[in-house]
Design a binder for this molecule. Structure first.
Ligand SMILES: Nc1nc2c(ncn2[C@@H]2O[C@H](COP(=O)(O)OP(=O)(O)OP(=O)(O)O)[C@@H](O)[C@H]2O)c(=O)[nH]1
Ligand SMILES: [Mg+2]
Length: 374
């Protein structure tokens, strides 16, 4: 039995695909470790099996557990088992957990059941939900988050409506008036929440989230019931592609340019099919370095992360995770075309280790505690 004084803080950070959850998790992990001397463990989560987020968290040196093939809520017992194992083996002070970005109803299906049944083992931080300030208003114009007739609008709105702490992220990409308009839209949707402006990428506002994690407690704010039919519709609108490849070259190639161009090609093709990008990301590990490329809409640039200096290489391992509103078959075809084109241009071969395109299974949470139950 773990002593009360050793109960770790369990932090759930939700929000739509691409809003910056992993980037924030890593910043929080660094700040908690380096500035507060805390032992931090990450739990990543995805519908797929080969996860860019997990390898990145490991690259940063964090102990990482992953829950694959479904969200935390549909795998509640597995989530708890992982968390208990982490507790037993690693004795962390803080567990940072990132649910799948297409997941909603974290309060009734995850947060409240943990509070109810496992409060002896974990101390929950307030539920943190992230929104992308460079994207929210555009999405609102396209699919009306206040009316939420559109399934994806419903999903995003219901994520927002259960947040206790709302991180308005990527503030570095927008002007003050966009921040104010985003804030006022969010206040209409979730007046009870506390709002924090962050740029996870540039480490702005991260200290405030650290404070919430170390000192904050849930205020037991009201949260809406999940309309499972609409939620399922939203999940089923997105196709998921996960691929893992070797990259081999007789000569040498620039790994950063290579993944950037692969994603640019994927984005161009998705745009020409009028597809909606939730998040497309790629990760390329070479013998010495690792690069991440990411894109969250058809009209934004591919964002590259990795070392400043790029060494040419002759080998690597490539992961591609794409979440897009198209058919799985079309998405798979698009990724394959992009890979073939860039393999030819960069004179590399890309033996496939595994790849699959699919729609996630309809969500079936193991627990559901409505707000009305108190
Ligand atoms: N400019 C800017 N970019 C950011 C910021 N936070 C995250 N990003 C970028 O946004 C993209 C998505 O970030 P992730 O942290 O992978 O987002 P996520 O929410 O974990 O995505 P999923 O796991 O797919 O749901 C990446 O290219 C990040 O570099 C930010 O504060 N500013
Ligand atoms: Mg992530």
């Amino acid at each position: 039995m773990v002593s009360v004084f050793m109960k770790p803080k369990l932090v759930l950070i939700g929000g739509f695909l691409g809003s910056g959850k992993t980037t924030l998790l890593l910043r929080l992990g660094e700040a908690l470790t380096n500035e507060h001397g805390k032992r931090v463990v990450m739990i990543t989560n995805d519908q797929g099996e080969v996860l860019v987020d997990s390898v990145i968290a490991k690259d940063y040196g964090f102990e990482t557990a992953e829950i694959i093939r479904g969200c935390f809520c549909c795998n509640f017992q597995i989530f708890i088992k992982h968390a208990q194992k982490i507790l037993e083996e690693l004795r962390p002070d803080v567990i940072l957990a990132e649910p799948v970005g297409s997941c909603s109803g974290l309060m009734p299906t995850l947060y409240r059941p943990i509070q109810e049944f496992y409060s002896g083992e974990f101390k929950l931080a307030p539920l943190i939900i992230m929104v992308d300030a460079s994207r929210l208003l555009k999405l609102h114009q396209e699919i009306n988050l206040l009316d939420a007739g559109d399934p994806i609008a419903y999903l995003i709105a219901s994520q927002i409506k259960e947040g206790e702490i709302m991180c308005i992220n990527k503030v570095d990409l927008v002007d003050d008036s966009t921040i104010m308009d985003t804030l006022s839209l969010l206040r209409r949707m979730r007046p009870e929440a506390e709002f924090v402006l962050t740029s996870a990428k540039f480490n702005v506002g991260v200290d405030k989230v650290v404070d919430v994690i170390l000192k904050g407690v849930s205020r037991r704010l009201p949260y809406p019931d999940v309309d499972m039919i609409k939620y399922t519709e939203a999940e089923l609108e997105l196709a998921w592609f996960d691929g893992l490849y070797e990259v081999k070259s007789e000569g040498s190639f620039n790994p950063m340019d290579f993944i950037k161009e692969v994603l640019e090609d994927v984005v161009g093709q998705i745009a020409s099919h009028n597809g909606f990008i939730a998040h497309v990301k790629a990760y390329l590990r070479t013998p010495n370095r690792a690069f991440k490329a990411s894109v969250t809409s058809t009209d934004s640039n591919v964002d590259i992360g990795g070392p400043e200096s790029v060494e040419h290489t002759n080998s690597g391992v490539l992961l591609v995770n794409a979440r897009v509103k198209l058919s799985p078959e079309k998405l798979s075809e698009i990724v394959n075309i992009a890979l073939e084109k860039k393999a030819l241009k960069y004179n590399v071969t890309l033996p496939k280790i595994r790849a699959e395109a699919y729609r996630p299974k309809p969500p079936k949470p193991q627990f559901y505690i409505p707000y009305s139950r108190g």
